[in-house]
Write a protein that binds this ligand. Structure first.
Ligand SMILES: *Cc1c(COP(=O)(O)O)cnc(C)c1O
Length: 393
């Protein structure tokens, strides 16, 4: 067998799932707790506490036994009813998914900012809210399809002004970038285990404001499986969850949260920012064009860019995977897949990982005909990464 295709483990630069630290794997295997024991409850309750600063809340954080999409659907089914009217920001694939989910469960939706990666203009948004006579607002914080960051604080202020319930998909940003749920007036925030939380997929976490919980209580048609009134009672009274808890996943997430707090939450955010700016500088040095094109805020948890000289993103990704066992993401959706790369740097990602990614990418790009690539990406990464770290947050 050629050493090129010996089946060794791939290193991931995909925007979910992400690399799982060895400590996190081991933690999931070292305890075989029954889920209704005080030993396991202590770990679960501690994990929920450790999540609060990442959500930016003093309120409650709840576990939900599904991946992110299930938890998002569960939130919409709990806090909204068919009498609500929800404005949904759809400037990326995950925003579109939110609108589709809302509509599929019978909630009236008005999509706004349908242009791919367009920036949210708060005045336009306010007009949409007024015209639609909205009662709810839904948006993605960090759209993993195009790297758009939506302006949470401004949107939260509009939600407060117009008395809307504001629900946010923060699946791919939590633990990577600061999020201030309470200060920004967000009512419901969802994240999942397999992105910034560096764990296997399968469990999600939801933070709800008191207003959101009151809406759940007033709703007679809450989801059966994801019933936040039920979850709230069992979590707060017993430190347990309804039904069987995915114990191994909670152990993983607890270990990952311990790592995040050991490093320091603000250090983790600074690391993501420095790696992100370094990655974006490296991509530009290699001739890629960054997404979103004109946006005040770009994601720190992934970088999205179109290929230099109309080269194929699929070829680049497949050669990096087959030859070197590094997996990057390509564009989401058929129109984007072959001209766009999505390089994740969320969670367990350090500068040496990105230097490896760019060293390999340069070899492949050279091979694909982009003459003179060698060394340009890593030089740009190293310069901007170190500069950002020295400047601090
Ligand atoms: C990954 C992702 C999801 C989907 O979560 P699953 O856990 O795959 O169900 C939802 N929203 C965003 C922004 C994501 O990045």
């Amino acid at each position: 067998m050629s050493p090129l295709n010996y089946p060794r483990v791939e290193k991931l630069f995909t925007p979910g799932p992400v690399n799982i630290p060895e400590r996190v794997y081991l933690a999931s295997m070292l305890g075989s707790y029954h889920h209704r024991t005080k030993e396991f409850s202590a770990i679960l309750v501690d994990a929920l506490e450790l999540l609060k600063p990442l959500f930016g809340t003093q309120g409650h954080v709840y576990p939900v036994h599904t991946t992110g999409r299930g938890a998002l659907e569960g939130v919409y089914k709990n806090i909204f009813t068919a009498e609500d009217r929800v404005v949904c920001v759809v400037n990326g694939k995950f925003g579109e998914m939110a609108a589709i989910t809302l509509r599929s469960i019978g909630i009236p939706v008005k999509e706004c900012f349908p242009q791919w990666s367009s920036e949210v203009d708060l005045q336009v948004l306010e007009q949409e809210i007024v015209d639609f006579n909205a009662t709810g607002l839904v948006a993605v914080f960090n759209d993993t399809s195009n790297g758009v960051i939506n302006p949470m604080a401004g949107m939260g202020a509009l939600a407060a002004k117009h008395n809307l319930l504001f629900a946010v998909d923060n699946v791919s940003g939590l633990g990577c970038m600061p999020f201030e749920m309470d200060a920004w007036n967000v009512d419901a925030v969802v994240t999942a285990s397999q992105k910034g939380l560096m764990s296997p997929a399968g469990v999600s976490f939801v933070a709800l404001s008191q207003r959101a919980m009151a809406a759940c209580e007033a709703n007679d048609h809450r989801d059966f499986y994801i019933d936040f009134v039920d979850i709230h009672t069992i979590v707060t009274e017993k430190g347990e969850t309804p039904g069987s808890t995915p114990v191994s996943l909670i152990l993983s997430v607890h270990e990952a949260l311990t790592m995040i707090h050991d490093e320091g939450v603000s250090s983790v955010f600074l690391r993501h920012k420095a790696i992100s700016l370094g990655t974006k500088a490296a991509l530009q040095a290699l001739g890629f064009s960054l997404f979103p094109r004109e946006c005040a805020a770009r994601s720190d948890s992934l970088s999205v860019a179109s290929m230099p000289q109309a080269l194929s993103a699929k070829t680049l990704a497949s050669r990096m995977s087959h030859g070197y066992r590094l997996r990057i993401g390509v564009g989401l959706g058929s129109a984007m897949a072959d001209n766009t790369v999505r390089i994740a740097h969320m969670g367990y990602c350090y500068p040496e990982d990105m230097l490896q990614c760019f060293a390999v990418m340069e070899c492949v790009l050279e091979d694909m005909g982009l003459v003179g690539s060698m060394g340009k990406g890593i030089a740009a990464f190293d310069r901007v990464y170190r500069q950002t770290i020295s400047e601090g947050l």
